[in-house]
Design a protein around this ligand. Structure first.
Ligand SMILES: [Zn+2]
Length: 152
């Protein structure tokens, strides 16, 4: 093992804890490699510890610490309102509920369409049978409409 690799492994072992667990989910704390002190640094005090991409508004792959002030306390860190874990959970749940409602609406719509299509197909088939000389067109129509013949 090379000397560089040994140094690197020691730095990784000394790296600060960079995640917290809240409500069964893992939230990462911004950690970066400081090229001046040659080691890993945890999130800067005072700011929200979450990592955001492109904190300067360009280069959307560049990670940086959230630049907002930490105001809401959770798991020993102070977060901004966007990255405060309870808010993140609430947002995720709201999105999930919205998607579930949309899926339910779509399911109902497609069920209704399916029913209509079957009805149309049955009606067309009955019309073709009548055109071919069906003996009991009235009974056939009642059957297609799902009524009993006795109802009239
Ligand atoms: Zn934040």
């Amino acid at each position: 093992m090379s000397a560089e690799r040994i140094v690197k492994d020691a730095q990784i072992a000394r790296r600060p804890q960079n995640t917290i667990d809240y409500d069964g989910q893992r939230y990462s704390l911004h950690t970066y490699y400081d090229t001046y002190s040659q080691g890993y640094k945890g999130p800067k005090e005072g700011n929200c510890p979450a990592t955001v991409y492109s904190p300067v508004g360009i280069w959307h792959h560049v990670p940086g610490q959230c630049q907002r002030k930490g105001k809401l306390e959770c798991e020993g860190y102070h977060w901004c309102a966007t990255h405060y874990p309870p808010n993140v959970v609430a947002r995720r749940l709201a999105i999930h509920a919205r998607h579930e409602a949309e899926a339910e609406r779509n399911r109902l719509e497609w069920d209704a369409r399916d029913k209509e299509r079957k009805m149309r197909d049955a009606a067309l088939k009955a019309i073709k049978q009548i055109a071919d000389g069906h003996n009991d067109p009235r009974g056939l129509a009642m059957e297609v409409l799902g009524r009993k013949a006795a109802e009239g």
